[in-house]
Design a protein around this ligand. Structure first.
Ligand SMILES: [Fe+2]
Ligand SMILES: [Fe+2]
Length: 339
């Protein structure tokens, strides 16, 4: 890159989104232009689209590379950036492969509404932007693979808000993983897709059981409801686009660290590490995100407090800590003013 390429440029901050340096695989070609922030509204392009990533070898006057936590890409470049990094199950995709007729508007609408709710819940902006980027990539995968496309289309016919719930679990699981320091794109994508598919077994349950509030289920109905993790893996296990880790997420998302979950009552150390995260995300979403069964959800602080005190925090400790720190704007429950 010439010195001229490194001239500072003025860009409206709204037109850029923050990304972690970890998103860029060393030595690979940059899918988009990458910027470093110098001061409010002033940026420098540190990597041009198509050139090799070599951020570690670059030096910027007045900046210590080791302390650079955030790069920026143009908002309009999100799709290209995510599309080039999809590694799940060896799938390499070009977002242009998705024709308009394959787009699942229900997924996109669910994502829009869920991310709006996340901002109100108090998730920090960097966590939300990262989860949005991953979510967009996962939607591209689903729209590009016929087996996933058909299974998600069928999920949209399940009573209630299954697609919205699944999108929320997927995104919060990504936020937790990111705040645990997990950076490998293929792993994050598996968590996101596993979160999206975790309740796919619902589509085999009687509609009456799905519609009923959980606390009103009879013993027999509850037993039927608790078959959904098994039914889920039965649906997914023959699908070529679904790796084993995703089957584990689906099968274990109602297990918990203290062995009080279902279907196998296994403890934390026996759970798939990705499933530990999705299990917590699922519980948090059930408490804090609106659905037909929950018109007045808890605030994020109340949700954390409920998990910690009423449920005695049965989830993986690192995952719970990561969820808490991603909610940096959440007031401590004891400080909340109750009117
Ligand atoms: Fe479930
Ligand atoms: Fe769920």
């Amino acid at each position: 890159m010439s010195d001229q390429d490194r001239s500072p440029v003025k860009i409206d901050p709204y037109d850029l989104v923050p990304v972690s340096p970890d998103e860029f695989i060393p030595g690979s070609k940059l899918p988009v232009n990458v910027f470093l922030r110098l001061s409010e509204g002033h940026y420098i392009c540190i990597g041009r689209q198509g050139t090799k990533t070599n951020f570690n070898e670059m030096h910027f006057s007045g900046k210590q590379d080791a302390h650079v936590q955030t790069y920026y890409i143009r908002r309009s470049d999100f799709a290209a950036c995510v599309g080039s990094n999809l590694t799940i199950a060896g799938i390499v995709l070009n977002a242009n492969q998705v024709t308009e007729s394959k787009k699942l508007n229900i997924l996109n609408m669910a994502a829009d509404s869920v991310f709006k709710e996340f901002a109100e819940l108090g998730f920090n902006i960097q966590s939300i932007e990262h989860a949005k980027m991953v979510s967009q990539g996962i939607r591209t995968i689903v729209e590009s693979k016929p087996d996933l496309h058909s299974v998600v289309s069928l999920m949209s016919a399940v009573p209630g808000d299954l697609v919205r719930h699944s999108m929320a679990v997927s995104a919060i699981a990504v936020i937790i993983a990111k705040n645990m320091g997990w950076v490998i794109p293929g792993t994050i994508e598996k968590i996101a897709l596993g979160g999206l598919l975790h309740d796919v077994g619902y589509k085999e349950l009687p509609p009456d059981v799905i519609r009923k509030p959980r606390h009103e289920l009879s013993y027999e109905e509850r037993a039927t409801f608790e078959t959904h993790p098994f039914r889920g893996i039965e649906i997914l296990k023959t699908m070529p686009s679904v790796p084993d880790d995703i089957l584990s997420i689906v099968y274990e998302h109602h297990e918990n660290a203290i062995g009080h979950g279902y279907p196998r009552k296994i403890r934390d150390y026996k759970m798939n590490p990705l499933a530990r995260i999705v299990a917590l995300a699922d519980c948090f979403v059930e408490l804090t995100i609106k659905n037909h069964d929950l018109p007045n959800p808890r605030s994020a602080g109340e949700g954390l407090n409920y998990i910690e005190t009423t449920l005695a925090q049965p989830f993986n400790k690192q995952a719970f800590h990561a969820l808490r720190i991603s909610l940096d704007k959440v007031a401590k429950p004891s400080l909340k003013v109750v009117s």
